[in-house]
Design a protein around this ligand. Structure first.
Ligand code: 5RP
Length: 218
């Protein structure tokens, strides 16, 4: 089975957690499956709060209304993908560059369901380069500080986030303590958001596997 088929299986299983109302929607190919499935029950979707222009476009193409988070308040449910998850459901996110809005929606959501193919579950975070969104004028400053932490930052050239910022993908980081590292990187002047989701991990991880969906909670 391909990883894309596994993503579809995870998205199908996540749909069971949605009853009705307003839902938070992440970004990426796994979430795209979820959006497509959501359109079949869109009569139950009052509105979506979207984490990216790409997801907003897809939701609207399906006729699902998208509202601003400020109008929505706290959310019951947020569904998003990840680039890596450990067994504590701490995540690396931002492969698609939407990490800042994703982290905001995760923060205001009572339940955060992460959906992914089974290859995303790792023993220790950090093989996937850690995305960091930075204010453009601070890119070199932040990069130097990331080197001091032992990482190798690479500028994601020709990419601008939905917030008008830039991304550094940090290779070779040893993420032994995700929570501490999240705080440390967030504290670097010029950093908008680091793609480590440890302070607010997922509540439920649904992995698509060849044997069907596998659900992990902590
Ligand atoms: C986007 C993300 C995505 O959730 C992450 O990159 C996983 O993407 P995919 O579902 O395509 O594997 O964090 O910013």
């Amino acid at each position: 089975m391909s990883s894309d088929q596994q993503k579809r299986i995870a998205a199908e299983a996540a749909l069971e957690y949605f009853d009705e109302g307003i839902i938070g929607i992440g970004t990426g190919s796994t979430v795209n499956h979820f959006i497509d499935l959501l359109s079949d029950i869109k009569h139950r979707v009052e509105a979506a709060v979207s984490s990216s222009e790409a997801s907003t476009k897809r939701l609207q193409e399906h006729g699902i209304p998208v509202i601003n988070l400020n109008a929505a308040g706290d959310l019951e449910l947020y569904v998003d993908g990840a680039d890596e998850s450990n067994h504590h459901l701490q995540l690396i996110k931002g492969g698609g560059g939407a990490l800042t809005r994703e982290k905001i929606i995760a923060q205001v959501s009572r339940k955060f369901i992460c959906i992914a193919d089974e290859g995303k579950l790792v023993r220790r975070l950090g093989e996937f380069p850690l995305p960091v969104e930075v204010i453009p004028m601070a890119r070199s400053l932040v990069a130097r500080d990331l080197v001091k932490l032992g990482g190798t930052p690479v500028w994601r050239e020709d990419f601008i986030t939905d917030n008008g910022n830039q991304i550094l993908d940090v290779h070779n980081l040893e993420i032994m303590e995700p929570l501490a590292m999240e705080q440390q990187i967030n504290n670097i002047t010029g950093v908008v958001t680091v793609g480590l989701f440890a302070k607010r991990p997922a509540d439920i991880l649904i992995l698509g596997t060849d044997q069907g969906p596998k659900t992990i909670t902590v």
